[in-house]
Design a protein around this ligand. Structure first.
Ligand code: IMP
Ligand code: MG
Length: 178
């Protein structure tokens, strides 16, 4: 592990596992006979998606989408799809799987984008929600945890591409560059 940042354990791996079991129960109940298309948002959601699908035990397909947000310039963040969902979306029950909803800009842009491809239904599953930072309203249909306004890493989440491999979720210590 890189030692430049001080990390504080926020959500231990056992609690993540419990949340995933709960989410899997809800999703299984709602999608039992719908053969949903799960769309993981790269790169942060890859760990969450991998753990979630192994608990679902229903027929489903998996695809990925990559989204980039540029928020260097003041208020308006620009969101761009850099890797499209390759499988057909039209008529499918699509469940987007996100690591974290922060300002909501990335997710709301992505949901609008997918809605134009006419899925039979479109819902959102997010491991983490940081509601204190919301700028654009987003409905999270399946949520793991509500988290405070701190910069988080681990379990797929990165700080400059580091720490994604950590098995739990950590907060960067204040004043540590997060
Ligand atoms: P939003 O568009 O502001 O909602 O940002 C969503 C994206 O920003 C997420 O999918 C993450 O990739 C990234 N992000 C937001 N907060 C954090 C964090 O605390 N740690 C790591 N990445 C984050
Ligand atoms: Mg992300």
């Amino acid at each position: 592990m890189d030692s430049r940042h001080k990390l504080e354990l926020l959500i231990p791996r056992e609690e993540i596992a419990q949340a995933i079991s709960r989410l899997a129960t809800e999703i299984r109940r709602d999608y039992q006979r719908k053969a949903p298309l799960l769309v993981g948002v790269l790169r942060g959601a890859f760990v969450f998606l991998a753990d979630l699908v192994r608990e679902l035990e229903i027929p489903l397909s998996i695809d990925f989408v990559e989204v980039e947000s540029y928020r260097a310039t003041t208020s308006m963040g620009v969101v761009r799809i850099t890797h499209e969902v390759s499988l057909p979306v039209q008529g499918r029950h699509v469940l987007v799987v996100e690591d974290i909803v922060d300002t909501g800009r990335t997710t709301s842009h992505l949901l609008e984008h997918l809605r134009r491809r006419e899925p039979a239904s479109l819902r959102l599953c997010a491991l983490l929600d940081k509601p204190s930072r919301r700028e654009v309203p987003v409905t999270i249909d399946y949520l793991g945890f509500t988290v405070p306004d701190r910069f988080l890493v681990g379990y797929g989440l990165d700080m400059d591409q580091q720490y994604r491999q950590l098995p739990a979720i950590y907060a960067l210590e204040e004043g540590d560059g997060g």
